[in-house]
Ligand binder design. Structure first.
Ligand SMILES: *Cc1c(COP(=O)(O)O)cnc(C)c1O
Length: 394
């Protein structure tokens, strides 16, 4: 019999098991909401990116159902062939208006928006200057572009300047950062990075996945939060997190968007969103514009929960957003903390290497607008109890 050419994968998995780092997928059997059912257990959910509770908002649900009735369930083509419905164009127009840019192109996901855009606009002769904690989709886009990649230490504008000083003036440069960093919840030093991009003639690109719907007026993102309109050439946002649906978009000049229509590979070669997705995303914009009080609730809950974790004595890093990490260092300890929390009814995922650096393992919490104070107080009580049991706090 032929020996299994993939047997090395089993060996790798056995290593993870021996290290206590093997993870089962947790399975939800209910809506994605603040209290839900995961692996048949009722839990307070601190693991989703459903910042505003839009995954289950009635306006989004109804618009999605209407779109299914009107158009059916799929688009059955890529955008440049027959997969552009009027509703896709309406979403792009609405997003451009919302973001106050000339134009927007929507991708299947934030991941494909980043990877497809960076790889389309750069060539092997160009250079990317990238924060070390930028999202994997940016890293993959850089690799696909074959441009050279210069990584600067997290948020270190001086280090980025030193890199830029060493590069030929004639070389095309892309300075790129997350707006909110997904594992630490801190913000990019956007005004300083914009100034640097202006000084050295770089293309400035910001990935606002975790800022979309969270920062800025009506959730317009970090560019609006920092009043940096006109200083960022390429803004990426996601429709999969606070927007509650699925997708990614690039906002910028008309020329940028038309170029991406012609050259971005996920746009050219992968089928467009089902109409229900586009319809629900349009409804999400309506909610952000007409019910901004849900964003205020998100921030009230964020302040309450962050202060609670800090009062218990946990190391919550330098978060400035609804993402609050509980940093414990050791990978196995983070997974144990997550498992014990879960057994007591709190769902907060452990995150270790390679998603975060060795020695920086953590449990990541994300509160939403839809958590009640009672949900959050319950979670804090459980965090305190389990944290003391494991010797993480006293
Ligand atoms: C989640 C995330 C993405 C990917 O967005 P999806 O819409 O889930 O594909 C990109 N960048 C950052 C910083 C993210 O956190």
């Amino acid at each position: 019999m032929r020996s299994d050419p993939l047997s090395f994968l089993t060996t790798e998995l056995d290593t993870l098991k021996a290290q206590g780092l093997y993870r089962h997928l947790r399975i939800l059997s209910d809506e994605q909401k603040a209290k839900t059912t995961v692996d048949d257990r009722q839990v307070v959910n601190l693991s989703s990116n459903n910042y505003l509770g839009l995954t289950t908002h009635s306006r989004l649900r109804e618009r999605a159902v209407d779109a299914i009735r009107r158009y059916g369930v799929g688009s059955a083509s890529v955008r440049p062939i027959a997969g552009t419905l009027d509703i896709h164009m309406e979403l792009e127009r609405r997003l451009a208006e919302f973001k106050k840019t000339e134009a927007v192109v929507v991708f299947q996901s934030g991941f494909t928006a980043n990877a497809g855009t960076v790889s389309a606009i750069l060539t092997k002769d160009d250079v990317v200057i990238s924060d070390e904690l930028n999202h994997a989709s940016i890293v993959d886009g850089c690799r696909l572009s074959r441009a050279s990649i210069k990584v600067f230490p997290h948020k270190d504008v001086d280090a980025a300047r030193t890199i830029l000083r060493g590069l030929p003036a004639s070389q095309r440069k892309l300075l790129i950062t997350d707006g909110v960093f997904s594992m630490d919840g801190d913000l990019a030093p956007l005004p300083d990075l914009c100034a640097l991009a202006e000084e050295f003639g770089c293309i400035m690109m910001v990935d606002d996945a975790h800022a979309s719907g969270v920062f800025g007026r009506n959730g317009r993102g970090t560019i609006d939060h920092f009043a940096a309109h006109g200083r960022v050439d390429i803004q990426v946002g996601t429709l999969s997190k606070a927007f509650g649906v699925l997708g990614g978009y690039v906002a910028g000049s008309r020329a940028l968007i038309e170029f991406l229509y012609h050259r971005a590979r996920p746009f050219l070669f992968s089928t467009s969103h089902p109409p229900a997705v586009a319809a629900a995303c349009i409804a999400a914009i309506d909610v952000l514009l007409e019910e901004p009080q849900i964003i205020d609730r998100l921030w009230d809950n964020t302040r309450f929960f962050k202060a609670g974790l800090q009062a218990l004595g946990f190391n919550t890093g330098l978060s400035e957003s609804p993402i609050t990490p509980v940093i414990v260092g050791d990978g196995v300890l983070a997974m144990t903390l997550s498992d014990r929390l879960f057994a007591k009814g709190v769902f907060a995922q452990g995150i270790g290497f390679p998603t975060v650096a060795q020695g920086k393992a953590r449990v990541r919490t994300i509160v939403t607008a839809t958590h009640t104070r009672a949900d959050l107080q319950f979670a804090l009580d459980v965090f305190g109890e389990v944290g003391r049991e494991l010797g993480i706090i006293r």
